[in-house]
Design a protein. Structure first.
Length: 351
């Protein structure tokens, strides 16, 4: 569990109550408890501009909540990690010394937004296999034997080789270009096709680190019926039906985040896996908590036109936005995978 020893019982009562609500909600909403060796609880979470000071720096309170959520998983891919790693380092301090992270350098350019991606994992459960790299799409053969550089993704995907129990796998996290506000943006669609096809091809390579490939992250997919999701499955990946049914933005109207597999070792169990998204705003930074955070939001709160207009739930636009810069505008998505294949291995020996 995260380190709570520094919480002050008088000045941080609100944080204590929020952590207790989160713990109760995990069990009531079916988020599985972690175990030592039987399964892997895999998560993906776009933590909005982690960390920027657009609405002020993230508070100690929200870092406790983020740590509590991440601690429910074994391995988490995080998107939108910013240049300054102070918030990520503070988060790991709250999680405990057995939690490790591996991250990319920032992606330069306007579309890259100087973002990083990262993996956080519990080193008691997972072993880093030594493979790590940012994905570079190879040159394209044109005009006979002439090679032309391929267009790279706006934000560089990141791949690791990992082991959990009997399960050896490569895992790639991505933050696909958002582009213009259209359900099917051509550039976004092309990025998904390019990355999914490249990774699928790598699993067939003679010297592939593993034949099991997991692709996950923020694909900015509006709807599972459009071409963007089909581009993943057409490349050979499987997205469990439970995942496809889980909208992951805060209003739960878009299917931005996905987890896809080319994984022969677990292909028979994918449709049976337990999976979900966790709606954290039902338990912390709730609609009814706005007045309690008026002081935290500072002078800007109430002075802006947005801060004085309220929606049908009585929540102001300013609070609605501010809390997503404390937590996120995405909900964490997770799936539980079986990683103990010992019975199958022994049965195979008998046969």
């Amino acid at each position: 569990m995260p380190w709570y020893y520094s919480i002050d019982s008088k000045s941080e009562m609100r944080t204590i109550e929020g952590l207790m609500r989160l713990k109760q909600a995990f069990d009531s909403e079916g988020v599985p408890r972690r175990n030592l060796s039987e399964s892997l609880i895999l998560g993906t979470w776009n933590i909005r501009e982690f960390d920027s000071e657009k609405y002020g720096a993230r508070s100690r309170e929200c870092l406790f909540y983020i740590a509590e959520i991440i601690n429910r998983f074994d391995l988490v891919a995080i998107q939108e990690v910013r240049e300054d790693l102070a918030a990520l380092n503070n988060l790991v301090n709250f999680l405990g010394g057995w939690w490790k992270y591996v991250c990319t350098d920032v992606t330069e350019g306007r579309q890259g937004n100087r973002e990083r991606t990262a993996f956080l994992f519990d080193s008691r459960k997972l072993v880093f296999g030594g493979l790590a790299g940012e994905i570079v799409i190879p040159p394209i053969v044109k005009s006979g034997k002439k090679l032309e550089p391929a267009k790279q993704l706006a934000r560089t995907p990141f791949i690791l080789g990992m082991k959990a129990g009997w399960f050896k796998f490569t895992i790639c996290t991505t933050h696909i270009l958002y582009g213009e506000d259209k359900p099917v943006n051509p550039e976004r669609l092309e990025e998904i096709k390019t990355l999914a096809t490249f990774l699928a091809h790598r699993t067939k390579d003679k010297y592939a680190w593993s034949k099991n490939m997991i692709l996950l992250g923020d694909f900015n997919i509006y709807d599972t019926t459009d071409e963007t999701l089909k581009a993943i499955t057409d490349a050979g990946f499987t997205i469990p039906e439970k995942i496809q049914k889980l909208p992951s933005n805060v209003p739960q109207t878009k299917h931005y985040d996905q987890i896809a597999f080319i994984a022969p070792d677990i292909k028979d169990q994918l449709e049976l896996c337990n999976a979900g998204v966790f709606n954290l705003f039902e338990h912390v930074y709730r609609d009814q908590d706005e007045a309690a955070y008026a002081g935290d939001m500072g002078d800007a709160y109430g002075k802006t036109k947005e801060g004085n207009s309220r929606d049908e739930k009585g929540k102001t636009r300013y609070y609605k936005d501010w809390r997503t810069y404390q937590m996120s505008d995405h909900l964490p998505m997770w799936i539980e995978l079986k990683t103990d294949f010992s019975m199958e291995y022994l049965a195979g020996k008998l046969n």
